[in-house]
Design a binder for this molecule. Sequence first.
Ligand SMILES: Nc1ncnc2c1ncn2[C@@H]1O[C@H](COP(=O)(O)OP(=O)(O)OP(=O)(O)O)[C@@H](O)[C@H]1O
Ligand SMILES: [Mg+2]
Length: 249
Amino acid sequence: MGLILETRDLTKRFGAFQAVSNVNLKVEQGAIHALIGPNGAGKTTTFNLLTKFLQPTSGQILFNGRDITSAQPQDLPKAGIVRSFQISAVFGEMTVAQNVRVALQRQLKIALQFWRPLSSLSQLNDKADSLLEAVGLRDFRSIKAKELSYGRKRALEIATTLAMDPELLLLDEPTSGLGHEDVDRIAALIQSFAKTRTLLMVEHNLSVVSSLCDRITVLTRGSILVEGNYNTVSRDPAVIEAYLGTGHA
Ligand SMILES: Nc1ncnc2c1ncn2[C@@H]1O[C@H](COP(=O)(O)OP(=O)(O)OP(=O)(O)O)[C@@H](O)[C@H]1O
Ligand SMILES: [Mg+2]
């Protein structure tokens, strides 16, 4: 399997402070890859660089071997990279089903042909139903999104990103703030998505990381400390020290 995403000496400075230093990240096609590390390690900054919310100070980003370093954020979904948005991106006054349909419509806009609007529309409804089913929101389809619990809002948010049918999905702390049951639901969703796609996520919940992720990159102070599977990484003395040093476990 080839690399879907690669960074070469990716670096970001904020004034004199280097938040990301010469990061060479390699994400394999089909992987569930986690980016972990103590607070302030540069995880979110790296994500923002990958999704073009920030411009790197230096270095390169390659997606399927193509240099996307100077792409615009709005070009990424079309290229196949989608990041999860915050819950604020969910439209509270619309129903759960409408939220998913809007996301699908955005994706299908180009594909919609004026001479066959009806078949496209029913295709849209089928897709919306299967996405709602997948995230466990079928029974909630007709209620307003703002009435969902926090965990279900997260599930809806993920459904709207899946609606965009990304080749590579980036999730920043998908399980943060969720109770056990919701964590399990999101974890199952991630697993089923990753059967055919690639996922890169920042995740603080190490039990989620250990059960889901094939490969883990540990960042500390802007640099890659260690990479490998959970067993390798969790036993590494440097990793243990990095986590203990910040009081973060
Ligand atoms: N816009 C900015 N200007 C100045 N410094 C910044 C900026 N954004 C991030 N930083 C600094 O860069 C470092 C890395 O921050 P980042 O948010 O990437 O860490 P993180 O690994 O996501 O941490 P957390 O686990 O707390 O989310 C931190 O020291 C942070 O204060
Ligand atoms: Mg962060």
